[in-house]
Design a protein around this ligand. Sequence first.
Ligand code: NAI
Ligand code: MG
Length: 353
Amino acid sequence: MKIAVLAGDGIGPEITGQAERILLALRSDGLKLELEPGLLGGCAVDAAGEPFPEITRRLVKEADAVLLGAVGSPKYDGLPREKRPEQGLLAIRKELNLFANLRPAILYPELASVSSLKPEIVSNLDILIVRELTGDIYFGQPRGIERREGQRVGFNTMIYTEAEINRIAHVAFQAARKRKGRLCSVDKMNVLECTQLWRDVVTETGKEYPDVKLSHMLVDNAAMQLVRDPKQFDVIVTGNMFGDILSDEASMLTGSIGMLPSASLDDRNKGLYEPIHGSAPDIAGKDLANPLATILSIAMMLRYSFAQEEVAMRIEHAVRKVLAQGFRTSDIYEPGMKKVGTREMGDAVLANL
Ligand code: NAI
Ligand code: MG
């Protein structure tokens, strides 16, 4: 198992550092893996003048899986768009054809009171958001800012092909089949033609999954329902932009963005695994970041890319125990708990593993 580790910027190196300690411990326990560091994002801009240099492209092409911290920093705000760290992230997703982004939102019972919702609304929450990642308005052409008739005009293009919708729908139906058998597809078909096609194609694909109960919801209602009654959902499938927003919203139901892992997969289970949060420049370098989202991301990696379900569950179990023992980074801290830094949180997970 060859794993490319792209720590990135901000808190990236701190959180991937803890995940690497876990992987190395598993290696000394007999798991055959190799870790190869690489540069992506702002650190790559500094070293090589671009966010996704050729050497990193080769590294991730050869690797079986990629572990990513996070990229970005206000330091690069003045750069042209194609040189910005976030472009590295979009480019790597496109390069590896990572069209399926899986974002589980699970509420650990110990964090029920950290959630912004009442415990009875979120207790035992376990939903999965499947977000399409290589299409939609983030990639559509034409795009830009132009001067027209004496003023500036900004524009982007929302676009999906039938084939793109079909393949993400399959991923979502298959995930739903392994869970509670319910899939909710989210669109804005009342206003946007592109998402009318989305609804039509998901419905057609659903004919192959008679065992999965398919429903449809408009995105504005979905945003509301996620806070009103999130447990009505099992699997949600949606496009790139709606998925970006809804998955951040769902993350807060679980207590902290610092708890949520993600997997981005191609059609052969090669994947990129990363926490859903960003580089958190406000707390970078202070040993404050919660490394659990990144540690849970390696559990997803072992599950999806390497079929190591048992090891994945060991990691997830160790995280649960750490929470049960009262270890809390500041983002999930409550009085009476043991406040720890990034590294001590890593220590605690390792000890339980
Ligand atoms: P962010 O997710 O980095 O931070 C939002 C808030 O959550 C901040 O208050 C931060 O301190 C906190 N937070 C995030 N991760 C945490 C963790 N592990 N433990 C404790 N607290 C945590 O989002 P923001 O501030 O909008 O973006 C910062 C930079 O990250 C920007 O340059 C942005 O473009 C980039 N970004 C990168 C992503 C990626 O690499 N996948 C995703 C989202 C943003
Ligand atoms: Mg986002």
